[in-house]
Design a protein around this ligand. Structure first.
Ligand SMILES: Nc1nc2c(ncn2[C@@H]2O[C@H](COP(=O)(O)OP(=O)(O)OP(=O)(O)O)[C@@H](O)[C@H]2O)c(=O)[nH]1
Ligand SMILES: [Mg+2]
Length: 362
């Protein structure tokens, strides 16, 4: 009797499937849907402002996506974050491969966290599409830092032009600042123009060097001495300590030859061993001192305004270029013009004038 009741009471839908089964299937689907639920840009923004790291990651992924249908969400995020940005110190770090940038960031970042700072690490690496990003492989070098609640490490945006990577990094800085990160470290390996790009988005620029045998100044990229606010001679440990001290004196002498800077800051040379955690604190004290001096003489703010103006023009240039090249008609006509050039049937100037005129009419 009991059995019959149970059978009778077991509800079935038209296809004869047990409703209880289809209900559980439905709720599973609902849970799945919820998990996949597209979080609105507004929700993401609110989470970022509360300092939520997964939300920050997700937002940076949106920034990195090239998809046109994300453009509106990206604008919402940037506009919403801007009023909360700008409060950090942005530090650029450069140096040749193997100089110890990642090891330095691990030591420096952990020190900063001990001082109660919130540290975000970003990277500008034009080679990352080939090498999969220096920071990615580096996570092993930043073993302690990655575990810290108050640290946020983001591998490089890749597969893009330097201009594109730079734009994304700038926007990511704004998001990190809005999420409460007060110290932003931006690493670059110094390929091509990447040092100039990082210099144009940071307040303080650190150049990491190694003590070599003899002429330390040889092989140093033109312009880099003017950009560096400090030269850090890393690996000043063990047998390397003496040559490091010599190199320090040599760099100091060389820096004296450069004209006084608008910031009134005299670039410093410091020794450090990122691996053995020595010389880290004086570097931070120096940066704090720089901030104090340049905020008092207003250079700090002036520099950020100049950088914003530069980035405004840069963004327009990038946008104009991508608008132009992405037009289907231009794509096909450009191919034709390139062919005509190969056949000596047109000149580059004639072809350019034709294409630009064509774009205007589209
Ligand atoms: N002795 C010594 N070794 C160091 C020091 N800093 C880094 N190293 C070592 O140098 C090697 C390279 O260090 P990384 O931190 O990976 O250098 P990097 O500049 O980030 O290199 P890329 O990411 O390839 O550009 C590693 O084997 C480190 O352990 C230091 O202060 N002293
Ligand atoms: Mg590295």
């Amino acid at each position: 009797m009991k059995q019959t009741n149970k059978q009778n009471s077991a509800l079935h839908n038209k296809e004869g499937k047990s409703i209880s089964n289809s209900v559980s299937a439905k709720s599973a689907a609902r849970i799945k849907k919820l998990r996949k639920k597209k979080v609105s840009a507004e929700e993401l923004l609110q989470a970022i402002l509360k300092g939520n790291k997964p939300a920050l990651s997700r937002a940076i992924t949106l920034i990195e996506s090239q998809q046109q249908n994300h453009a509106k969400d990206v604008s919402t995020l940037i506009e919403g974050c801007l009023p909360h940005a700008n409060k950090s110190i942005r530090i650029g770090i450069t140096g040749v491969p193997g100089v110890g940038k990642s090891t330095f960031i691990e030591a420096f970042g952990n020190y900063l966290i001990q001082q109660g700072k919130k540290v975000a690490v970003l990277a500008v690496d034009p080679t990352s599409s080939i090498s999969h990003g220096s920071i990615l492989g580096d996570k092993t070098r930043m073993e302690e830092l990655v575990k810290q609640e108050n640290a946020f490490i983001r591998p490089t945006a890749s597969g893009d032009s330097l201009g594109g990577v730079a734009k994304k990094t700038r926007e990511s800085i704004i998001l990190c600042e809005a999420a409460g990160f007060d110290t932003i470290l931006i690493e670059t390996v110094g390929v091509g123009q990447s040092e100039t790009v990082v210099h144009s988005m940071t307040d303080f620029f650190l150049l990491l060097k190694l003590a070599g045998a003899g002429d330390e100044l040889q092989g140093i990229k033109r312009g880099i001495m003017e950009m560096a606010d400090a030269i850090i001679i890393n690996k000043a440990d063990g047998e390397n300590e003496r040559p490091a001290k010599k190199a320090k004196a040599e760099f100091k002498k060389a820096l004296h030859l450069y004209p006084t800077r608008q910031s009134e800051w005299i670039p410093k040379v410091k020794l450090c061993s990122a691996l053995y955690n020595s010389g880290i604190e004086p570097i931070w004290k120096m940066i704090e001192n720089y901030r104090k001096i340049t905020q008092e003489n207003d250079y700090f703010y002036h520099n950020r305004h100049e950088q914003n103006k530069f980035w405004l023009l840069q963004t327009i240039n990038e946008q104009l270029k991508s608008n132009f090249y992405n037009q289907p008609t231009i794509k096909t006509e450009l191919k034709k013009q390139l062919q005509l050039i190969e056949e000596n049937k047109t000149t580059p100037f004639e072809a350019a004038t034709y294409l630009l005129k064509l774009a205007k009419e589209l």
